[in-house]
Design a protein around this ligand. Structure first.
Ligand code: PLP
Length: 441
């Protein structure tokens, strides 16, 4: 009962599907919900649950933004308090932003103690690229094929995960140098491949480049587009050591999987035993509020500051920063990284167990609450079961579970619920997928 769940009066207005679609007509966004014949319009939520305008309740298994879940009272109180104290910013140091920067620096590896607050992951990536360019005085950036880094012009220029995006390929600026996608499962190199093979290819590629123009490298420390495929052991450290030896800056894009989601680690690069010079973070740190950050070393920050005066008008606003602080408080008080580990491990085991019943479950990728179920038509060839994945997502919606297909072939069910998800809700996700696969196959 959603009313009991939310403690609110949620009388269902029951608009028709046509009315719902017509109402959305002016909301200009290319959200990929086309696999739903009758997409819900979400109106409210509570922890890992969502409620739509028809009072249907769902487990939100796709939300990599919601750390503390939906409508957490601590965040509500922090936002309301800050709003009433001070709700706008311009060019001063604001107490909440300074405190948040200090807390973030404390979470980063030693030496990375400079924090620049922005509004989103794309903005953080753009800034990270600029930092690499200004610190080295060089223009060229290495980025992996099939990665996603954002939608602003610079972050889009290094994004190739959208396989059907010819415009991005045609307009790719000449400062971008693409390296092989470290997807050990599928892609350029079918079948598992060790780091040594990728690194040998990288060496050959670097040998053919004018590396005196190399500003740095940006990588996701876990292959997000494939649904959280872990990089081959030693890959990230191998790339970083090569780029550093050439005088370049190493960027770990933690926007999607960092900040406790992996459970076993706070940052993705820790899983690879590598240390970056620049970290980009967003999504989770604001629980969906416009908030992101770049964390770097004093040397790199100072080179950037020497270029002139830069600021983001709303980046790290007092209210966003207060929410960012409340997110960290809730993470500590409710042990959310530990929850991501415990619930994530059992969720993964449950999803893997489905593989013994259904051959279409080719693999379960990821770690903690950053998981991907790869659906294949044939386990030997790993041919993608794209159409099935769409039907599974549609059927899961009817079961009350929201999951999204990802990957270049949209055949990987991405499962990344809020970090507050309970073991019971995680079991519900597995049982819903079990029911759906039994029905569809
Ligand atoms: N980097 C990575 C790895 C991401 O997954 C995303 C968003 O999905 C971004 C950057 C861009 O973040 P935002 O959507 O906040 O601009």
């Amino acid at each position: 009962d959603p009313s009991a769940l939310l403690g609110l009066d949620v009388a269902a207005p029951e608009p028709s599907p046509e009315q719902l679609l017509a109402r959305r007509d002016t909301h200009f966004a290319t959200v990929q919900e086309h696999y739903y014949a009758d997409p819900p319009q979400i109106e409210r939520g509570w922890r890992e649950h969502l409620v739509d305008t028809r009072a249907q309740v769902y487990v939100d298994a796709v939300n990599n933004v919601a750390t503390t879940g939906h409508a957490h009272p601590t965040l509500t109180a922090a936002a309301a308090r800050q709003w009433s104290l001070l709700n706008t910013n311009s060019r001063f140091h604001y107490a909440a932003a300074v405190e948040l920067a200090e807390r973030l620096a404390g979470l980063a590896p030693g030496g990375l103690d400079q924090v620049f607050l922005v509004n989103s992951g794309s903005e953080a990536v753009d800034l990270a690229l600029r930092l690499a360019m200004t610190a080295t005085g060089r223009p060229r950036i290495l980025a992996a094929r099939e990665a996603y880094h954002g939608w602003t012009l610079a972050s889009d220029a290094i994004t190739t995960s959208l396989g059907d995006n010819p415009r991005a390929l045609e307009t790719r600026p000449d400062w971008v140098e693409l390296i092989d996608a470290p997807n050990a499962v599928r892609g350029t190199h079918r079948g598992p491949r060790a780091a040594g093979g990728y690194l040998a290819d990288l060496d050959a590629q670097l040998a053919g480049l004018d590396t005196s123009r190399l500003a740095g490298v940006i990588l996701e420390p876990i292959f997000g587009n494939g649904g959280g495929v872990l990089l081959p052991d030693g890959y990230l450290a191998g790339v970083f050591s090569r780029v550093r030896a050439l005088g370049g800056v190493c960027i770990s894009d933690e926007v999607q999987m960092g900040y406790g989601r992996l459970g076993h680690h706070f940052w993705g690069f820790e899983q690879q035993g590598a240390v970056p010079d620049v970290i980009t973070v967003a999504k989770a740190m604001g629980n969906g509020q416009p908030l992101g950050a770049v964390i770097t070393t004093r040397r790199i920050a100072e080179a950037f500051a020497a270029e002139g005066s830069f600021f983001s008008s709303a980046g790290g606003s007092p209210v966003s920063s207060a929410i960012g602080l409340a997110v960290l408080d809730v993470m500590a008080a409710e042990h959310l990284q530990e929850n991501a580990k415990a619930v994530g491990d059992s969720l993964r085991a449950g999803l893997e167990a489905l593989g013994s019943t259904y051959d279409v479950v080719g693999a379960v990728h990821g770690m903690g609450l950053y998981l991907g179920v790869e659906l294949v038509t044939d386990r030997a060839s790993f041919a993608p079961a794209t159409e099935l994945a769409e039907r599974v997502c549609e059927a899961l919606l009817d079961e009350g579970c929201i999951v999204q297909p990802t990957g270049d072939h949209k055949n990987v069910l991405k499962i990344k619920p809020p970090l507050v998800i309970t073991a019971e809700s995680a079991r519900f996700v597995v049982s819903a997928l079990d029911r759906v696969l039994a029905r569809l196959l």
